[in-house]
Design a protein around this ligand. Structure first.
Ligand code: IVH
Length: 708
């Protein structure tokens, strides 16, 4: 008997291995080579046989069995990739004044641009999704989405199906080159695709951009291949050698390498030229075969682009001139109050749904109570709404001539609609805030949503809706609960995988996505905490200043003991921690207040400790400054510099691993004194801090100075 049983088991094992091998072979042919060997029916029969076998012998199921994975694609979405050179977004100009300010900002940073004449290149701004193509040894090696600018998703397999994208580059291309550009779909291809979708009973796309994005983000490459995607090249990422001196030269080389580029373009040093080009393009817009949402202005000289660099997430050397927002008229049916993560009460207009620029709009922000009064918005009013790009739709004005007398005034609540705590508006503030703090469920949910958002933990599959559901059920109450979800799920009467809309696979994917984020960069972690006024850029600066969470926490604890917080009695020697904090760019007394207040709150400290137990928080990685003779030094620039502006000096110094501070203290290593240096120079002399001339500093940072 025993023997027979073993034989049967052995037989099952062999059959299982055979079936797995067979199915994998077909998967590869279908997904990767796009050349199926068998009919769909035959393939389905093989899969059904495997499923039946596994049902009878569950011990044979392995994690990578074809029954547990989709096709040949990875089951938990796309692989993440780090961008060698960040993928930036663009600042915007809407008015002539904005445009002149864009130029002035360049001149302030780079005065020679004003003296020598600033040539700008203008070209269409394509409304698609940005993508970076990395070629190594002239072969397409990696394609990535922008993601948060630092980390995107590996879409190489999908991108290989796009005909506009060369798989190889000619001999004259450098060893490493990253071409950045836009993936898009033409209007006619979009319409045809939607017709096909409709016939097949599948959902239709709202606009060509969504259709392009949806097609790229297909785990099944075979689907992407059937979608008519195209590509325009317009910028560079990482390169191993110089490609062109100018942006117009770059366009020429891209064209020679087989890329499509947006045509026409304009180059010139005439102030009005780019503006005229914009107006021409706006006229041509309806006749173009693809969608554009404006014109991009770029500094033509690439060496100047490099010197100008970027601020936060956008380059100083380029900006987008967007087309005006699209408007529509509709009825405002109601005003509701939303409570944000910091307790802010925001009025939201519920509208009679209407299509604006191809997107259905049913909500618009009303900002705050003063805005409602200023625009005299009443419930039942006919209103003009507008939407520009990805910005939340807004109510522009009321059509008072359409009033019937039935409209009613909105009375702004004095208490939180969710937790009923008092909502107060502090002196000089426009925002009314719920005072419920930790007891307010709305704030708790919003904080959790922020915690998992794209620039924070970015957990795939854990969106706003699911957070709301899990919070309501008590599965996730605080951020650390997210990382205990899998364990908790095992004890639930009705675990996730048995719920409607979920299955073994989607539950496993969610847990895998959560696990992937157990290790997180310090700057993302700080941003995720959702401290008021601490945005992504400030979080990065805090991470760069303190290096590790532990150091930041102890600095915060010390700064709280500052006499300015605790009255006369506290020890005076604690003051430096507070000054260090104020020395960080973007951090003024109000921001410092919010930050210290956050770290002083016992509950927040508990949240931090609970998270630390679940996570590995990666120390801030400083830019690669190996070989920089001045890395780690703290310097202060003062007075007028001659070889570059203060702004450029600061950017250059930071790229060498130098901390540039705003005021002189005993911790300052060097004060670089330009012409007419004043009080900072005096303070340096009083404190005995080393003082360098601009030239001495340039030599020292270039590694030319002798050791003193
Ligand atoms: S240049 C440093 N040129 O618009 C970034 N961008 O809204 C250099 N875009 O992130 C970008 N058409 O993805 C450039 N002709 C064009 C563009 C373009 C579309 C995208 C780009 C950027 C986004 C900002």
């Amino acid at each position: 008997m025993k023997n027979l049983f073993d034989l049967e088991k052995l037989d099952a094992k062999v059959r299982h291995a055979d079936l797995v091998k067979e199915i994998r072979k077909h998967d590869k042919a279908y997904y990767q080579e796009d050349a199926p060997h068998v009919s769909d029916a035959e393939y389905d029969r093989l899969r059904a046989a495997l499923e039946a076998l596994e049902a009878a012998h569950p011990e044979l199921i392995t994690k990578d069995s074809p029954t547990q994975t989709v096709g040949a694609a990875p089951s938990s979405g796309f692989k993440k990739v780090q961008h060698t050179v960040p993928m930036l977004s663009l600042s915007n100009v809407f008015t002539e004044e904005d445009y002149l300010e864009f130029r002035d900002r360049i001149f302030r940073f780079l005065p020679e641009a004003e003296k020598q004449g600033l040539a700008l290149l203008a070209e269409q701004k394509i409304d698609g999704l940005s993508c970076s193509l990395r070629y190594e040894s002239r072969k397409l090696a990696l394609a990535a989405t922008r993601g948060d600018g630092t980390e995107g998703e590996d879409i190489t397999a999908n991108i290989r199906t796009i005909r506009d994208i060369p798989q190889t580059l000619p001999e004259d291309a450098p060893d490493i080159v990253e071409i950045r550009g836009e993936i898009y779909m033409t209007r006619s291809d979009f319409i045809a695709l939607n017709e096909k979708q409709e016939q097949a009973g599948k959902p239709v796309f709202a606009n060509p951009r969504n259709a392009a994005a949806g097609s790229v983000r297909q785990l099944d490459v075979a689907v992407t291949k059937q979608r008519p995607l195209r590509f325009f090249g317009y910028a560079l990422g990482d390169v191993s050698e110089k490609i062109a001196d100018t942006q117009s030269g770059l366009r020429e080389r891209l064209k020679a390498w087989g890329f499509q580029i947006p045509e026409p373009s304009y180059v010139g040093a005439d102030v009005d030229g780019p503006w005229r080009f914009y107006n021409e393009i706006m006229e041509q817009r309806p006749d173009l075969s693809y969608e554009i949402d404006g014109v991009v202005y770029k500094v033509n000289r690439i060496d100047w682009q490099q010197r100008l660099g970027f601020v936060s997430r956008a380059p100083r050397w380029a900006t987008a001139h967007k087309f005006p927002a699209e408007q529509a008229v509709t009825r405002l049916n109601a005003i509701e109050i939303q409570v944000g993560r910091t307790g802010a009460l925001t009025p939201v207009a519920r509208l009679e749904p209407i299509t604006v620029g191809g997107v259905v709009v049913s909500n618009a922000t009303l900002h705050n109570e003063d805005e409602i009064a200023r625009k005299d918005i009443r419930i039942g009013d006919m209103v003009v709404i507008q939407r520009a790009g990805d910005v939340i739709p807004q109510v522009v004005r009321v059509l008072t001539e359409k009033r019937t007398g039935e409209e009613t005034h909105f009375i702004f609540p004095q208490e939180c609609p969710i937790c009923h705590s008092l909502a107060i508006r502090e002196e000089g503030e426009v925002v009314r805030r719920c005072t419920g703090g930790l007891i307010c469920p709305a704030q708790a949910v919003e904080r959790l949503k922020h915690f998992v958002s794209r620039l924070a933990f970015d957990i795939e599959g854990l969106g706003a809706k699911i957070i709301e559901e899990f919070y309501a059920e008590g599965l996730i109450k605080t951020p650390a609960d997210i990382f205990r979800l899998e364990t908790l799920n095992k004890t639930l009467e009705k675990p996730l995988q048995n719920r409607e809309g979920w299955g073994e696979k989607s539950a496993a994917n969610l847990f895998a996505a959560i696990d992937q984020r157990r290790s997180i960069a310090l700057n993302r972690f700080i941003y995720a905490l959702g401290v008021r006024q601490i945005g992504e850029a400030t979080a990065k600066k805090l991470a760069a200043t303190y290096g590790t969470l532990e150091d930041m926490q102890s600095a915060m604890a010390q700064a709280v003991l500052d006499p300015r917080f605790c009255g006369e009695s506290a020890a005076l020697q604690q003051q430096p921690a507070y000054d260090d904090l104020l020395n960080i760019e973007d951090v003024g007394p109000a921001v410092a207040d919010d930050l210290l207040g956050f770290f002083a709150e016992a509950h927040n400290r508990e949240v931090l400790e609970a998270l630390k137990a679940e996570l590995q928080i990666e120390p801030f990685i400083r830019p690669d400054t190996a070989g920089s003779p001045v890395a780690g030094k703290t310097v202060v620039f003062t007075g007028t510099l001659v070889t570059m502006t203060r702004a450029e000096a600061k950017v250059r110094a930071e790229s060498l691993g130098v901390k540039v501070a705003g005021s002189v203290s005993a911790k300052t290593d060097y004060v670089i004194a330009g012409e007419d240096a004043g009080s900072k120079l005096k303070k340096a002399q009083a404190l005995g801090v080393a003082i360098l001339s601009e030239q001495e500093w340039n030599e020292l940072s270039a590694g030319k100075a002798q050791e003193s």
